[in-house]
Design a protein around this ligand. Structure first.
Ligand code: AKG
Length: 361
């Protein structure tokens, strides 16, 4: 299966719809009644764990550090946590978010020069998935490859605002270091050698890409989503949220929890590929984004992914006759075609990799 070169229908920018100032949203964005934000329970008295990484920063020996246990529990129970004192300067985080906000507020004809196609998704986009007639989400986005180096093409990066590239090179370099640290912690917490997960991703050849999500104001937020429920297909996601504008909701059991972003925290979550490598010890959890009638929202999701050509399967050291492999191997290039063609849709994909009981025996 290959992704088509072109979108099945003309692209409409959600930002233009919002700027038109209508009091209703087009039918294309209206979710069926049972799939709307208020058709499921939202827990108001809970939040994802908040973990202080200060004790882990700049230390070679991290054994015995209390945050290790907190991260282990969060990866197994929530699949999500926020981190503070993570080593990336707050000021750089703010600048990265604001250069993108400036980009989305450039005139439409400037942004259109970067219009993307479903072939690589790189550039300015307004839909995920290529199904003709699909109900769409209330958001635009910008997608960029950063690693492996041969995939990085500065021509695909916005040339405006003028300091955009400088800010983003620094930001992506710093968040890459954070991803490497987190990958080590995740491996150690599984009882593995510290580079084991990173090596399974292809080491230096692992992938890193960015999706900047722009959620315009929405006149009927109860009828749609900024991003429909999905789990992340990749490895690890480090999300920079918009301070003071909650929007991300995380599934826990049969409820949704609205994440309250802490100042200068990143939101970290496990993706499907780490769920597979850990043989389902770590959980890749469904999440969704609600929209707001009064305020727009910008978020930067950095996806740390396996190299696309490597088969990803449960790590042998975690398997035994009592704990056989739960998943079949698949490369990330094959795996991500699903979300690239069908768009964000729940967690059914990783379930489809499950071995049948007869295969496991
Ligand atoms: O905007 C957010 O808070 C979440 C974004 C997200 O889930 C994604 O980009 O996959």
């Amino acid at each position: 299966m290959n992704c088509p070169q072109e979108w099945p229908e003309p692209i409409v920018r959600v930002q233009s719809l919002a700027d038109n100032g209508g009091s209703t949203i087009p039918d294309r964005y209206v979710k069926p009644p049972m799939e709307r934000p208020l058709s499921s329970t939202v827990a108001t008295d809970m939040d994802i764990p908040l973990i202080d990484l200060a004790g882990l920063l700049g230390r070679e020996e991290i054994d015995g550090e209390p945050s290790l246990g907190q991260i282990s529990k969060a990866c197994r129970e929530w699949g999500f946590f926020q981190v503070i004192n993570h080593g990336v300067k707050g000021e750089l985080m703010d600048r990265a978010r604001e250069v993108w906000r400036e980009f989305f507020h450039l005139p439409m004809e400037v942004k259109q020069k970067y219009a993307n196609s479903p072939k690589t998704y790189e550039g300015y986009g307004s839909r995920l998935g290529v199904e003709k007639g699909a109900i769409l989400d209330w958001s635009d986005y910008y997608f960029l490859h950063y690693l492996p180096c041969e995939l990085k093409d500065h021509n695909k990066w916005p040339a405006q605002p003028p300091y955009h590239r400088e800010v983003m090179e620094e930001y992506l370099g710093e968040v890459e270091k954070l991803c490497s640290r987190l990958m080590k912690i995740l491996a150690i917490n599984l009882g593995l050698e510290e580079n084991r997960l990173r090596d399974a991703f292809g080491g230096e050849n692992a992938g890193l890409c960015l999706r900047v999500n722009f959620y315009p104001k929405c006149p009927q937020p109860d009828l749609t989503f900024g991003l429909s429920p999905h789990s992340d297909p990749g490895g690890l996601t480090v999300l920079l949220p918009d301070p003071g504008v909650p929007g991300l909701q995380v599934r826990t059991h049969d409820k949704w929890v609205t994440v309250k972003p802490s100042p200068h925290a990143f939101i970290v979550n496990i993706g499907d590929q780490i769920q597979v490598l850990s043989n389902a010890i770590y959980k890749s959890v469904e999440h969704r984004v609600i929209v707001n009638p009064n305020v727009e929202r910008v978020s930067l999701a950095l996806f740390y992914n396996p190299n696309g050509d490597l088969p990803i399967e449960p790590i042998k050291e975690l398997l035994s006759s009592e704990n056989p492999a739960v998943y079949q191997p698949m490369t990330f290039n094959e795996y991500r075609l699903y979300i690239r063609s069908r768009g964000p849709r729940g967690k059914s994909q990783v379930e489809s990799l499950k071995n049948s009981p007869t295969r496991q025996a």
